[in-house]
Design a protein around this ligand. Sequence first.
Ligand code: ADP
Length: 184
Amino acid sequence: MEIKVKNCKIKIIQGDITEQTVDAIVNAANPTLMGGGGVDGAIHRKGGIKILEECKQIRATLYPNGLPTGEAVITSGGNLKAKYVIHTVGPIWRGGNSGEAELLFKAYWNSLNLAKGRGLKSIAFPSISTGAYGYPIDKASTVALNAVKNFLEKENGLEEVIFVLFTAKDLEVYKQKVSEIFNL
Ligand code: ADP
């Protein structure tokens, strides 16, 4: 499925984000930036030690107490096909009244802004927060799609944004939400 906002294509596919050939893939990291389970583990396993070393450097300099929820940082892509990895931290789902939507929106927005600031053209996102962090996929997909739509309406430079969903079920939820949010 493919749509357009101004000059930027938005694609929604099922797949493995570590296999994407794009300028940057986004990692649903945790504040330690030291790797973890889910997509974070997969990115570090396939990307190799270089990514972890750069994350350690970021911890030692910019974020000694860890990366706050909603913020984003960038490392190289190590052995991945992607040139860069943008690491962001989504919120843990606590029922929906703890600022989760705003924090998830920020995680997407700050990742896009970092990519744009570096002059990157293509970026791929996983479904941030909907694994171990427990954010319901129907609510998270609404936030994710709105964040990308709003960003692209306001900012120029990006040419391709890909949502890479791991499961067929998540892909179906995203397709449904896309038609609502983009009035298809
Ligand atoms: P979080 O802690 O932010 O919830 P998780 O990694 O636990 O992060 O889950 C986020 C989403 O990433 C889930 O929907 C999970 O199915 C998905 N996921 C796991 N591995 C991959 C992968 N290799 N490529 C794309 N998505 C993945």
